[in-house]
Design a protein around this ligand. Structure first.
Ligand code: F3S
Length: 405
């Protein structure tokens, strides 16, 4: 792997131990994946999670004198000031959250605490090389925007932000962005939830291959639809790049999606029947619930409006909590337009800057929750709360009744 003289000097420690560590990591990654060289990036997104390992790595670089030459945006952790009004956490949990915020602030990250940077806080151009972590963000920037990022970890994305470079391999190269196989979709895919279930189906089939989707019925995905599709394809599989023929920027035609090579016949056909079967396999739980949790990935302002519409003035059951995790700017807008206050009167609370996978939610564990996101269910179940997955309208009805039929 080629390194310039300056890159070699950084690797030898001439610019401090922090930069040296970051360069060691990028160099090792490059060697592992046969990268020809490092390439410059002007954007990075770091999936800090407040977990010990991510915080340790950031402290290691900072204590070695490194700061970010490319200020990365950051994933959420949790809003300690707001959520401790509602939930008990231990001193250790609180200390870790505050230590995490503090060290990322000092290394020069932009503390956006938002898991959909491509929707507003950090939007790359078509063809731009970037280093993004967060499993839902990479398929969005690659597939929907046509920017170029590997599936970075929080560790490698921070190293890229410190050095301003990333190894040139994988999804940065034309050949690795092409479609690997074709899926025909002959189903009604209408809202975000449908796109999420479709993504979950596609992820299981694709693994880490690049799927090309050809739709038999007209679809018009929104930004939120792309986001939920990619989030779920990266949960059931490891999809970081996809094409939708006639829709996504690198697939104006099916031939373009396969790089001009022979277009293969469809390996799979996904119909309403397959989507329903997938949904049924994900969503069998019913019964009394203690929580509805939405916003994995973070809800946008339009999705908050949709929640209000579905409640139609009705209230959340007295023994059920209803939490929406949203982009901080969507929460701010909701506050300014009194949407937040109106929803609170119905028993719906929203919080910015916060992930579903944090210790502040532990008081709900042991009883059934409901969400519209398979990704949310996957992560919460690992922490001890079973979750049913339903479309948004059903989540709202369940909240009103306090149970899921
Ligand atoms: Fe966002 Fe956390 Fe879900 S980072 S996508 S709310 S797991």
């Amino acid at each position: 792997m080629y390194l310039s003289d300056e890159e070699k000097r950084i690797l030898d420690g001439a610019q401090g131990a922090g930069k040296q560590k970051a360069m060691e990591l990028l160099y090792a990654l490059g060697l592992t994946f046969d990268a020809e060289k490092l390439i410059p990036v002007k954007r990075a997104h770091v999936a800090l999670s407040g977990q010990e390992g991510d915080t340790y790595w950031c402290e290691l670089l900072l204590n070695g004198g490194a700061t970010c030459v490319v200020p990365p945006t950051t994933n959420p952790y949790w809003d300690t000031a707001y959520l401790t009004k509602f939930f008990d956490v231990t001193k250790e949990e609180l200390d870790l959250a505050e230590r995490t915020g503090d060290v990322y602030r000092r290394i020069g990250a932009k503390l956006t605490y938002h898991c959909a940077p491509g929707l507003g806080t950090n939007v790359p151009f078509f063809g731009e090389h970037v280093a993004f972590s967060e499993s839902s963000a990479t398929p969005y920037v690659n597939g929907a925007l046509g920017a170029r990022s590997n599936r970075e970890s929080s560790v490698s994305a921070l190293a890229a932000a410190v050095i301003g470079k990333t190894p040139y391999y994988g999804y940065h190269l034309d050949e690795y962005r092409l479609g690997d196989f074709l899926i025909d979709v002959d189903a009604d895919v209408k809202d975000c939830y449908d796109w999420g279930i479709l993504g979950y189906c596609v992820g299981k089939i694709a693994g880490s291959r690049n799927p090309v989707l050809r739709f038999k019925k007209a679809v018009l995905p929104t930004a939120e639809d792309f986001l939920y599709f990619g989030a779920e394809a990266a949960t059931s599989g490891a999809v970081a790049m996809y094409h939708m023929v006639g829709i996504t920027p690198e697939a104006p035609t099916i031939q373009a999606a396969f790089g001009g090579k022979q277009v293969p016949s469809a390996e799979y056909v996904i119909t309403d029947k397959e989507l329903k079967a997938e949904e049924n396999s994900l969503t069998p739980a019913t019964g009394k619930i203690n929580l509805v949790m939405l916003g994995c990935p973070h809800y946008t302002y339009n999705q908050l409006l949709e929640v209000e519409k579905l409640f139609a003035g009705r209230h959340v059951s007295h023994d059920t909590a209803f939490w929406i995790l949203a982009a901080a700017d969507a929460v701010e807008l909701a506050e300014r337009s009194y949407l937040r206050q109106r929803l609170e009167l119905l028993g719906v609370r929203m919080v910015g800057n916060t992930c579903i996978d944090e210790p502040c939610w532990k008081s709900f564990e042991g009883a059934l929750g409901v969400t519209d996101s398979p990704k949310c269910a996957y992560y919460r179940e690992r922490r001890g709360q079973p979750f049913a997955i339903r479309r948004l309208s059903v989540c709202v009805e369940a909240a009103i009744k306090g149970r899921l039929d």
